[in-house]
Design a protein around this ligand. Structure first.
Ligand code: NAP
Length: 296
């Protein structure tokens, strides 16, 4: 197969704008029916700079679509029991439709216990086992935000998926594993033949080169190179990293798990970093919150 000369961007910013315009309309409807807009809370434990940035962008996105948002800032020193107590009261708060606890948490707190403590009907991040189970069975529930955002992005750009070979690199609970399940479901976007690769996979390039759709969630800057990509492939880069760049005023630039400059010319479509998956993750969170506000 010959190389394709041009590629198109899976533009998460533009797609998000379209979806968020509909979400804003939904927020107005909720407000007229319930007397208040959808309400999302975000819990931030400690002072991690990246987590603070993520949470603030979620809060800002809520405001832009007319949701109410509450940022719950808790000290690094909070005990697991205190945090669980706080979660229990948020579970019981009728004025709150959904909430997220920003990860990672300080090392003295068990993330699994915290995830399990969030009521499934308020778990708008879609991390609770009940929601993961519902996704696997194709039942209604809250989909994990990042994989759901990628699905939405593929739908928006009408990417053909049926019968395609989709290779997902990475098997985390929040990205790779649910992504592989969504791409194999018997619906659009889906119906792919899926290969899930991870750190024990042998000869990774021999597998990725077969991918019609390559979804990379590995957490290693610019890991995927042009020789690993099939000409004409659709590439979705989930990774996000700050790397030092003295030419930039900020002193850094953002890159993904894919070496964009050399991979993009081989692709039919590619999701850039930044501006690809990132905005879609927040949009999925808003969609889940709207769904929760409408009664699940
Ligand atoms: P993670 O929990 O660190 O998982 C990384 C996965 O990659 C693991 O399954 C690991 O395999 C696999 N892996 C590591 N080295 C590998 C190698 N050499 N070959 C093949 N597989 C390898 O990461 P994550 O939470 O899924 O996040 C992945 C990236 O996406 C990160 O950069 C993160 O910041 C980014 N992210 C972005 C968004 C967004 O909204 N844009 C959201 C979430 C995450 P093992 O399981 O064998 O260890």
């Amino acid at each position: 197969m010959s190389e394709v000369a041009t590629y198109q961007l899976l533009d998460g910013k533009r797609c998000s704008e379209a979806v968020r315009a509909d979400i804003a309309k939904g927020a107005v409807e909720v407000k007229s029916k319930r007397g208040r807009p959808p309400h999302l809370a975000a819990v931030l434990v400690g002072n991690d700079g990246a987590s603070k940035t993520y949470v603030e962008s979620k809060v800002k996105a809520c405001e832009e679509v007319g949701f109410r948002s509450t940022l719950v800032r808790l000290p690094e020193t909070i005990t697991e029991e205190e945090l669980l107590h706080r979660i229990a009261s948020m579970n019981a708060d009728p004025d709150l439709d959904g909430f997220i606890v920003q990860l990672p948490l300080p090392s003295h707190i068990d993330e699994e216990r915290v995830t399990l403590a969030i009521a499934a009907h308020k778990d708008v991040d879609g991390f609770h086992p009940e929601n993961i189970g519902r996704m696997v069975l194709g039942l209604d529930g809250y989909l994990p935000a990042t994989p759901a955002g990628i699905v939405e992005l593929l739908r928006h750009y009408r990417i053909e998926t049926a019968g395609k070979h989709c290779v997902v690199i990475g098997r985390s609970h929040i990205v790779g594993t649910p992504m592989s399940i969504l791409m194999s479901r018997n619906r659009y976007p889906g119906n792919c033949t899926v290969t899930l690769a991870h750190s024990r996979t042998q000869d990774l390039p021999a597998i990725t080169i077969q991918a019609d759709i390559l979804i990379v969630a590995i957490g290693k800057p610019e890991f995927v190179t042009a020789d690993m990509v099939k000409p004409g492939a659709v590439v979705v880069d989930v990774g996000i990293h700050r790397i030092t760049d003295t030419a930039k005023k900020s002193g850094y630039r953002l890159v993904g798990d894919v070496r964009f400059d050399e991979v993009a010319p081989k692709c039919s479509w590619i999701a850039p970093v930044p501006g690809g998956v990132g905005p879609m993750t927040i949009t999925s969170l808003l969609l889940n919150t709207l769904k929760a506000a409408k009664g699940g």
